[in-house]
Design a protein around this ligand. Structure first.
Ligand code: ZN
Length: 246
């Protein structure tokens, strides 16, 4: 089975379309690690695509905030402004759909999906110290996560916790041979608002038959996504950060 692994699309339709073009013909199913909306200017279109194509998905903190399930006291001003704007744009049916999204972890036969971690859907796991203790909570050999907007991963092997790196700025792909004997915690990166200093849209392809994982980066029309954010009256910083990739 070939799966397209997406996370943190954040209502960025231009980035999503570029990813889908890049990945065309290379997947049978879609996995989504949450934060479908928030920050970007195309929540209606991105939800429409996700409702139709995502086979396995969990909610993110922005999805929860936009449908009123999470209070916004932890959100900064631009995030709050985008939640309120998104809420006003979405039809009731989409708000109900967001409300009904499952909290992670969601389990399938050979993988699990979370937004933050298997312990707490809203928790960040970025450093080795944060990731290391999570193996005790994994019930599958591979766990896909989002939330940090940083592409990459970790593997618990005999020598300890091993980092798995993303493509460099001059590469478009990093291929990883997965050893079914080990545990993996994998973040496909953010489609719509990367924060790993690489502004290209991030995603992953996972072939569970060949045990191959590919981290990919793809250029998209950042200027158009920025123009649409400004046109919507969303805070300027949400447009600016797309070009910086942070
Ligand atoms: Zn996010």
């Amino acid at each position: 089975m070939r799966r397209l692994i997406l996370s943190d699309i954040h209502a960025n339709l231009e980035a999503l379309e570029a990813v889908l073009n890049d990945a065309a013909g290379n997947w049978d199913e879609v996995v989504c690690c949450g934060d479908i909306v928030g920050y970007g200017a195309s929540p209606v279109e991105v939800i429409q695509w996700t409702r139709r194509f995502a086979d396995c998905l969990v909610r993110g903190n922005h999805d929860k905030a936009c449908c009123g399930l999470l209070d916004m006291s932890d959100f900064n001003f631009p995030a709050r402004a985008s939640v309120l704007w998104t809420r006003s744009e979405l039809p009731q049916s989409d708000l109900h759909w967001l409300k009904a999204l499952p909290a992670g972890p969601v389990f399938r036969a050979d993988y699990e999906v979370v937004h933050g971690t298997p312990v707490d859907e809203d928790e960040y796991a970025i450093t080795a110290d944060e990731v290391e203790p999570l193996d005790a909570h994994l019930l599958r050999t591979i766990c896909f996560a989002g939330h940090s907007h940083i592409q990459g991963g970790w593997s618990w092997q005999r020598g300890g916790l091993i980092p798995i790196s993303r493509p460099t700025l001059s590469e478009t792909e990093r291929v990883i041979d997965l050893d079914p004997e080990y545990l993996y915690f994998i973040n496909p990166g953010s489609v719509g608002q990367p924060r790993d200093r690489d502004p290209r849209a991030a995603y992953a392809l996972w072939d569970s038959t060949d045990h191959l994982l590919k981290f990919r980066r793809v250029k998209y029309d950042i200027r158009l996504a920025q123009a649409r954010i400004l046109e919507a009256g969303l805070p300027e910083v949400l447009a600016e950060r797309l070009a910086a990739g942070r």
